[in-house]
Each structure stands twice: as C-alpha cells, then as structure tokens.
Design a protein around this ligand. Sequence first.
Ligand SMILES: [Zn+2]
Length: 428
Amino acid sequence: MGSREGRKQHRQQHDLIPLAALISKEMKNEKMGKPTVKYGHAAQSKKGEDYFLVKTDCQRVPGNSASTFSVYAIFDGHNGNAAAVYSRESLLSHVLSAIPRGLGRDEWLHALPRALVAGFVKTDKEFQRKGETSGTTATFVIVDRWTVTVACVGDSRCILDVQGGAVSDLTVDHRLEDNVEERERVTASGGEVGRLSIVGGVEIGPLCCWPGGLCLSRSIGDVDVGEFIVPVPYVKQVKLSNAGGRLIIASDGIWDALSSDMAAKSCRGLPAELAARQEALRTRGLKDDTTCIVVDIIPPENPLPPVPPPKKQNKLKALFFWKKARESSSKLSKKLSAMSIVEELFEEGSAMLAERLGDDHSLAQSTSGLFTCAICQVDLAQSEGISVHAGSIFSTSIKPWQGPFLCTDCRNKKDAMEGKRPSGIKVA
Ligand SMILES: [Zn+2]
C-alpha cells in the first residue's frame, strides 16, 4: 500500500537488464520443464504440540495456475500449543504480504528471503501481543518449480536428498547446546546460558537461557523468555537440477533418533507417503511428538527414445553391444550425478535485522510521503519511519536516513532483540 511509485522504480531498475540476458534466462528455465511435486505426511502425537501446514495451491499471480507454488511447514510448540497454532494460521500470509506486488518469478524468488525475515518477526510480534506464554519452532519451506526456499527458527530440520547420493541440511539447529555462535549472541545480548538444574553442585540437563529456561536460541512467541531469543530465521535458497530431489522436513524427535544421512538413506525408493510414515514411526518409544513431511520434486516425464533391440547378430556382436551399453550407461550415470549438483542461490543466518532487511532504495518509499514498515507493513508518515540502520554499527557505511524503515514498535523490538533495551512486553 502506498508504494506504487516505489514499485514502478523497482521495475524500471530491472528494465536495465539486457533483454537478451533475460530471454536466455527464461529459455533456460523453460528447458528444465515443470517438475511434479508429491508429498506425504505422518505424525505421532504424545503431547499435541506439533502442528504442520501443507498448501499446494498457492499462486504468485492469483488466477494464474502457471504461477503455482507450494508450502510445507512444521511448528513444534512448547509451553502449550498457542504459538504453534497461531503461526500455522498467520505466518504464510505475513510472509506473502511482505513481497511487493507484480513481480515476475525470478524477482519474486529473489524477494523471498527478505520477506521471510519480515514475516517471521511480524508473526512473533503479533503473537506476543496476545500475552500468551507459549512458543514454537518454525520450519517453513516454499517449493516453486525447481527452487526450494527454507526458513527456520528452532530445531525442526529440513534436509535435501538428491540423486547421486549427496544429503544436505537446508536448515541449522538453533539449540544452545550445540550452536556456539548462538550461545555467544545470546550472552552478548544480555541473556544468561546455563544448565537446567544443579544437583550436588553439578549442573545437569541441556543448556538453557535465563530468564526463561528455554534450550532453543530462536523461536516464535515465548514472551516470558528474554527478547534475545529471536524470531529471525536462518534462510537458505537452492535450485535443484532437473534430476529433482527429496525434502524431508521433521521435528526434533526424529533428529534425536538419527542423522540426516541415515534418515534420507533409509527411505530411498519409497514413495513420499510411505517414507514419511516410516520416519515418523521410527520414534515410537519416545515421549516427544514427531511430525514428518516428505516432499518429492520429480522431473517431468521425458523418457529417452528406447534403443531398439539388436536383430540378427551373432554372439560376438551381442557381447560387444552389451559391453558398449554398459560403458555408455556408466557414462550416463556420471553425467546424471553431475547434473544433480544443487545451485545455492542464497544463505544467511544473521540475527541482526539491519543485515537481513538490507539496503533498500525504492521499495519502501512512495511519492505520497508515506513509508512502509519493513516488518509489519504499516504505512508510516515520513517523520515516523526510523531507518533500520539508524544507530547501528553499520551507520558509518550506510546512510541512516535510507530505508528500509521500521515503525516505532518494530524499532523497539529490534533494539530489545539486540539487548539494547529491556523486553517491552511483560506477562501479568
Ligand atoms: Zn512495524
């Protein structure tokens, strides 16, 4: 709203890209065709705090089925289910509302990482306003053709298995126990990190932060925990080759039981639905909830023309043919694994909003004198907007009067997350 002029400027900037480059890019995309996406889901509920979201009919351009993308998410709640339920209902729309309208596919995908940061922070802020004490992890996956974008806070993981054998993590675990960087950030922002209890002078249990006693370093909600437990997600965006791949998204119950590599390998060859069930049932004995979504990104059916069987040949010839075929098939498999290389488009995990929302010259400002808050998308009068860079260590290199801008509320939240002021909201 109020940023039509900004959008126009944005488009004009993009017009500067040589037309030939744009066309060749589009052609390359077209050549890869459109994959089929299939998914399976399974869960075991012990505490009723795991929630999931599957939405396969989202459209970038409403009414245009060619712009369809799908969303898969897991929310593993703690201290009740309110934060998980709220995030399931609101996170997607908060993310989408942070993307400028009228973008083409490539521009839209390019805008996603930033919109995910805004959407996560907005969801956290809106939920905290309710004053309920629960919190949740969020692992949020957007699949648009061959491009997979993952955002996460907490320790529900998303892994990628591609043909050729490489299994990779698309998320990082925000656990104080294993993540040294996060432990340092929490401590630097005013939190204390220690173990749950002291028995006979010895600290036991997982590392937690105080106040709050949470063992995660990032989450949505948790109003009763210090604001240094931030909702700013780690984001990774990759483009699969036209060999496709499989995503396994699951809550921590599964990852406590097995490594990413084991999880991927043990369900290879199974259809998505069975694979999800196998992973979720693996943890039958545990007290925690386990939820698993398996997403297969399958290349379009495009079989190579079949080789006609050799006719009327003697045994020697047949042997030659067989040998040749074997050679060429091993060449083919080499070629296949080379094609399976995943292109990394974006990766960023910083908890600092100034780094995540970036420099923004055109999108947030309109000629009507209004600015838009980069987090909650409310319109701001020119005098209201506070640059995300103002007062930060970056302000020496980046002009503090440049966008993106935050409303007073969001600016206060940013300062609280960075330990510059005490948390604004307290539960009665
Ligand atoms: Zn705001």
